[in-house]
Each structure stands twice: as C-alpha cells, then as structure tokens.
Design a protein around this ligand. Structure first.
Ligand code: GDP
Length: 438
C-alpha cells in the first residue's frame, strides 16, 4: 500500500490528524504485517483508495523542543524515506519554530511529495496568517483544523489524488496467512495442527517466533503459504501434563495479536465454556478474524442430521456474534473435513481485507434504510446520512449521523447483519461506527 507519513514537531496535532484520517478511531488497531510494525502504522481507506498512515509522533520525545536527537532523527528519516507522501504539519498559531525548520531540512533532503499542513486553523483570522509558512519552501500550506474537522476532507481528497495507485494484489499474495489455533486443553488443537502439517503438505520450516519459546510453523496449500503462530505448546504431543495445562491468557492474547485470524477449537462433546467465549471476545476486540471448529465430531453421542444445527443454535443463543462466523464440525483425529478448515481460513482472511466498493456500499445502505428505517428516539427522528468503508483489516464502516447517541442498539444489529450478508463478510470482525461528520 502507498504510505502517507505525518510529520511535525510535538503538539502540532499529528495524532489528531491521524485519527481524523482514520475516522477518529485510534483504538482500532490493525497491525500492518502482524508483528513487524508498531501501532503508529494503520491502514486507511478513503474513496476507495487504500493507504497506510504513519504517525511519526511516537518517535518524538515530548521534550524535543529545539533540536532533534540523532536517534530520533534517524527514525523519522526512515519513516519519511519509505513514504509516498509526506504531510508536514505546522501550527498556525505558533508560526515557524526552529524545530519546524529542522524538519523542513530533513524532508527536503529526501525529495518526496510534500503537503504542508497548517493545523489549528479554527478561526477565520488564523487562516490569513498562513503566508509566513511559505518560507519553509513547500508552498502555500493547506489550512485545516484536525480538531473541528475543518478542511480535513479536502485535504484527504488531495492526499488520495497524489498517491500512486497500488498494484492490486501483487505484494499481498506473497504474504502468508497467519493464524492461531486456540481453545481449551484437550480440545484437539495439537491433533488438528498435526493434521494440517502432515496431510499432503510440505512443512517448510519452523520459524522462531518473537515471544520467548513461541514457535511458528508454516506450510503451503495450493501455493498459498500459511503460518500457524505460537505452536510451542501444541507440538509437544503426548504430554502427561495435558490435564493440568493452564489456560494462559497472556499467551492467547499475544497469539491473537500476531495472527490475521484464529481457529477456535471446541470439543463438541463438552460444548463451549466461559474461556471459549472470552477468547471470542478478545479476537473481536483485537479486530481479527475467526473460524470455529467443533472437533471430535466422530465421537459425539446420539448424533443425527440435526445435531449440528442444534449445537450451532445453542452457541448463537449464548454469543450472537457467532452468527457471522463460519462454524465447522470436524474430526481432527480421523481427518474428517479438515480440508474445510483450510478453506474457511482462506475465506475469512480474504473477508477481513476486503475493500467494499464505494458505490455498492452507498447503494446497499440506501436499500437497508428503505427496507427498515431507523426508529425514532423519544420522538426525535434519527437520520443516517451516509455509509462509507473507512478501514480494511479490520473492515470498518462509518455511518454518518448527527445523533450517534440516539441510534437504537437493535437497529445497529440489523444493519450489521445486513452488511455481513450483503457483502459476505463471514468471520471478519466488521465494525459499524456511528459518527458525526468526518
Ligand atoms: P489440545 O490440548 O487441544 O492440543 O488437544 P490434543 O490435540 O492433545 O487432543 C486431546 C485428546 O483428544 C487426544 O487424546 C486426542 O487424540 C483426542 N482428539 C483430538 N481430536 C479428536 C477427534 O477429532 N476425535 C476424537 N475422538 N478424539 C480427538
């Protein structure tokens, strides 16, 4: 993806602009390439253009008032160097500082496309002050207010108009699909892992993970590479301590974070328990994909052709979000339907990174509203004016309304279901954000 780098001294409002661009959702973290990047890198989408936004604020110590430390300078240099476009932010109320000049010099060295952004232009009068910034050598600044949103949309329009069009698909397909196998002790995780690794598939290698004693395994199916994260505990077969294995919360969270999606293995003879539901919640919170497998189907007692539907229904009663998640019945031990797990993983992975066409989102949204209008709240009409996908991985759709606080919960659920069905997003952690104007 093309990279937009936001640069500027502390307090000019980099994070605010970053959040504006991402639709004010700083909390939505989607790690680019899993572990390799910190959370100052996020993917954004605007008018169908996907790009990565980098907030260099994280590299800057708050007290770097006048001079840039060499180490910081190097980090910023690298961030700017890999960017396709630089948003150089200054503060219109403060004017040019020494540090601004340092940044200007640093940026100029790299010969990048630069848009100078004069932030904090809340007031008309402020906007007239912007000529002073011509001295920095990047032309007339765009005056914006990240706080109020003033001129942020036209800035975004300009941003996407100068970004290079990404070569669709190319870089992405090389990336392996990373997934974690989670579940309670004895659910059959190791058995499933061994199945996946052995069944007609070349195990390429073990990759040492990033956390202590975690091991990632990779394998290839039909040319697609897969990485199973943190298999350390899973690969030790025939453990005697199986029964006393402790559910390690931290470890599970780390695994979720490092993967694109997780496969939750449930022993169908025991059903889901509190830990399983907790894992599902964590996966959703992390904005990652999910596949649920009901394992040991071979030994489910009194099985008939309704057993599966019954079991799924029970699960949904307890956790309604499972309606949007692929659920499979398998036998890891007998190798039954294990191939379907791989298919589901691929589908969910694709769903998580789906770019929904702008026009189709708008059109479908209009249909959803027509089919069922948002209920009014204490006599106040609730207007939803616009829907737009603002992020991929995880997919996030912004729904514009003047009164986000008045949107009925069951109506939110209705829209969520509609989007899931219409766009076939099963397994992806789709979020709808009800928000005032960007
Ligand atoms: P883990 O703790 O989740 O990794 O679970 P294991 O893979 O070690 O499996 C626990 C036990 O369940 C072992 O005795 C497996 O042989 C058994 N098991 C795993 N999957 C299946 C299955 O699909 N059917 C049956 N009948 N047993 C299974």
């Amino acid at each position: 993806l093309p990279i937009v780098c936001i640069i500027g001294r502390p307090n000019v409002g980099k994070s605010s602009l970053f959040n504006r661009i991402l639709g004010r959702r700083a909390a939505v973290v989607s790690d680019r390439d899993g572990v390799t990047r910190d959370r100052h890198y996020q993917n954004a989408i605007y008018k169908g253009h996907e790009f990565t936004v980098v907030d260099t604020g994280g590299f800057l110590p708050d007290d770097s008032i006048d001079v840039l430390a060499d180490s910081v300078r190097a980090q910023i240099f690298n961030a700017v160097n890999e960017a396709d476009l630089v948003l150089f932010m200054v503060d219109i109320r403060v004017g040019i500082t020494k540090l601004d000049q340092q940044f200007a010099r640093l940026i100029r060295k790299l010969d990048k496309k630069v848009i100078l952004v004069a932030n904090k232009s809340e007031l008309q009068g402020d906007r007239q002050e912007s000529y002073e910034f011509l001295k920095l050598g990047f032309g007339q600044p765009r005056t914006v207010s990240a706080l109020t949103g003033y001129a942020c949309l036209s800035l975004l329009d300009e941003v996407v108009s100068v970004l290079p069009t990404p070569v669709r698909g190319e870089r992405r397909e090389e990336r392996p699909v990373r997934f974690a196998i989670l579940g309670r002790p004895n659910a059959g995780k190791s058995t499933l892992l061994n199945r996946l690794l052995n069944e007609d598939r070349a195990v390429v290698s073990d990759i040492p993970g990033t956390t202590r004693d975690s091991i990632d395994c990779d394998f290839v199916v039909d040319g697609q590479k897969f990485v199973v994260t943190d298999t350390a505990g899973l690969r030790k077969k025939a453990r005697v301590e199986d029964e006393v294995e402790v559910f390690s919360n931290m470890r599970t969270l780390e695994s979720i974070r490092r993967s694109d999606l997780s496969v939750l293995v449930v022993d169908c003879t025991r059903g889901m328990e509190i830990q399983d539901y907790r894992i599902i919640t964590e996966i959703r919170k992390a904005g990652k994909g999910l596949v649920v497998v009901l394992n040991k189907w071979d030994i489910l007692p009194n099985k008939n052709d309704k057993s599966f539907d019954h079991m799924v229904k029970e699960l949904l009663e307890r956790e309604p979000m499972l309606e949007f998640v692929p659920i499979l019945s398998i036998s890891a031990k007998e190798g039954q339907r294990v191939g379907r797990v791989i298919q589901a993983i691929q589908t969910v992975y694709a769903n998580c990174r789906r770019v929904l066409g702008r026009d189709r989102v708008a059109e479908s949204f209009a249909n959803f509203l027509q089919e069922k209008a948002p209920p009014s709240h204490n006599g106040r009409v609730v207007m939803l004016t616009r829907a737009c996908q603002i992020m991929v991985e995880p997919p996030v759709i912004d729904i514009e309304t003047r009164t986000p606080e008045l949107v009925d919960e069951s109506y939110k659920r209705y829209l969520l279901k509609k989007f899931y069905d219409e766009f076939q997003l099963q397994g992806a952690p789709l979020r709808l954000n009800f928000d005032r104007k960007l």
